[in-house]
Design a binder for this molecule. Structure first.
Ligand code: MN
Length: 496
């Protein structure tokens, strides 16, 4: 999986020469201490790197330029310990291409009631120094995250962690390549969109390869590699008898392993971070990739079915953001409803391709016919998903803008066995309630495909939309349809 410790967030403190060397020395010492404490904090997943205090237009410009060109720098945390006249920041902020967090903190947590004097006040003046800095970013219409509180406050640390994870996901998209095997599912609207605009806005590119290019790689996979992967399947999953060595469909399991190895080789060779396929274009493939897509997602690749490149890219970004956290992120589809008035919920699944990272316990490895695609029966992992808080996220192309839509949900542990439904599946209840949640989703144009997350919150995705500079619509406990309709209409004007 993705190691977030390879990424740096720079801790930059602003000041000026007005205060003299003595004060600036203290400022530098305090900043170093804060940066070190953030870097040492166990919950913050990236490295926090101290940068010397910036005191002039030139120094500010230089640090922003350096941040832009430093490969592993994924963002800047800025703090004005004293007062840093903000016209000095215009040039730097104008060229800064990395996400920025404004940490509105103070070195001293408490006012020292008995000893406080004007020297103390002049050193600890972020209460107004940060307001000057806030103004210039508002004046420049810059998106940023504002976090308020003492730097040792648990909530502040958790916000810094969340934002840093999101910055890593955003960084991962820049220059990322996604491959589509075949085009979109014919006639489908919501999964399609403007790939040129996406590359401009999001930084990733999406290109197609004919399925034959992949089939060629699959056919070159050796028997030895195939045997090794089959052995891994048998060890890791509860493989049904027919797929075992003595079983009638053992060759299908070997074929599935070859598909996984071929896909993996293709992705690795082309430096791709994710892929899409479609059941309408499988010429030369023996089966539709089932277990292959499920496991490659488990390794951190983005995936979505039917050519849905926007969701494949989103799955990848969310996997980076959630790296190392308990729970998983998966391609998902709202499939079927349970409209029992006392217990309304959604059954989420796909034909095959739900990521194993969200499985509750050991998955079963099974083989069953697939009604579409006209290929041999595909091997797939079958599992349930545990209850608990989760969310669904979807990126859609509104023509004049992209919209990131998020619905918080409560997953429900399964009460029934579903013996005739041999796919991975999840049950959830949308917030604020089934009818409002679904109506809001429909009104906002959300796709049937989503990324389902167990370990990210709406706050992560809000930060992500800010970094991308796209519209963000949240459906949560407080959503009211009449208010949401107005929000959508007002946003229409904003993005005109
Ligand atoms: Mn689908």
């Amino acid at each position: 999986m993705i190691d977030l410790k390879t990424f740096e967030v720079w801790f930059v403190t602003g000041s000026q020469h007005l205060y003299g060397e003595e004060t600036l020395k203290k400022v530098a010492g305090h900043s170093q201490q804060i940066a070190k404490s953030l870097n040492d904090d166990k919950q913050i997943a990236v490295r926090i790197v101290f940068k010397p205090t910036v005191k002039s237009t030139e120094e500010i410009y230089a640090v922003c330029q350096e941040a832009n060109t430093t490969k592993n720098c994924i963002g800047i945390i800025a703090w004005m310990h004293t007062f840093s006249p903000a016209k000095m920041w215009i040039g730097g902020l104008k060229i800064l291409q990395k996400p920025i967090m404004h940490l509105h903190t103070q070195f001293n947590r408490d006012i020292p009631w008995n000893s406080i004097d004007m020297d103390f006040m002049n050193l600890n003046q972020s209460a107004h120094g940060d307001r000057e800095f806030g103004f210039i970013m508002s004046r420049m219409r810059l998106n940023r995250k504002v976090v308020v509180g003492h730097w040792q406050d648990e909530e502040v640390l958790s916000q810094i962690n969340a934002w840093s994870r999101v910055a890593a996901g955003w960084h991962d998209w820049q220059g990322a390549k996604f491959v589509r095997f075949g085009d979109n599912m014919r006639f489908v609207a919501v999964t399609d969109g403007d790939k040129v605009e996406a590359e401009l806005k999001f930084g990733y590119s999406v290109n197609t390869h004919g399925i034959g290019d992949l089939v060629k790689v699959i056919n070159e996979i050796s028997d030895k590699e195939t045997d090794q992967l089959v052995a891994e399947y048998v060890e890791k999953y509860a493989v049904v008898a027919t797929l075992q060595k003595s079983g009638a469909q053992y060759n299908s399991l070997r074929e599935a392993a070859k598909i996984e190895l071929g896909l993996f080789a293709f992705l690795k060779d082309g430096n791709f971070k994710g892929f899409t396929d479609t059941f309408e274009d499988l010429h030369g493939m023996v089966q539709l990739p089932g277990i292959a897509a499920q496991r490659l997602m488990g390794h951190g690749y983005g995936f979505a079915g039917e050519g849905d490149w926007k969701t494949a890219a989103l799955v990848r970004a969310m996997k980076v953001m959630g790296s190392g956290l308990k729970g998983g992120n998966s391609f998902m589809e709202d499939y079927t409803y349970h409209f029992d008035p006392q217990n309304q919920m959604v059954l989420g699944s796909h034909m095959l391709e739900i990521c194993e990272s969200i499985a509750d316990g050991k998955a079963k490895c099974e083989i069953h016919p697939l009604g579409i695609g006209g290929k041999a029966d595909p091997v797939r992992l079958v599992f349930n998903v545990a209850g608990g808080p989760a969310l669904n996220a979807s990126v859609i192309d509104m023509g004049n803008r992209f919209r990131l839509l998020v619905n918080e949900v409560e997953a429900v542990a399964p009460e029934h066995d579903l013996p005739k439904l041999p796919v991975a599946r999840v049950l959830w209840k949308p917030y604020p309630d089934m009818k409002t949640g679904c109506a809001a989703w429909i009104l906002a144009g959300g796709a049937h495909h989503t990324c389902y997350s167990q370990n990210l919150t709406a706050a992560h995705l809000e930060d992500f939309a800010e970094m991308a500079g796209i519209e963000y619509v949240l459906i949560d406990k407080d959503t009211k349809i009449h208010q949401l309709k107005k929000e959508l209409r007002w946003s229409e004007v904003y993005y005109k």
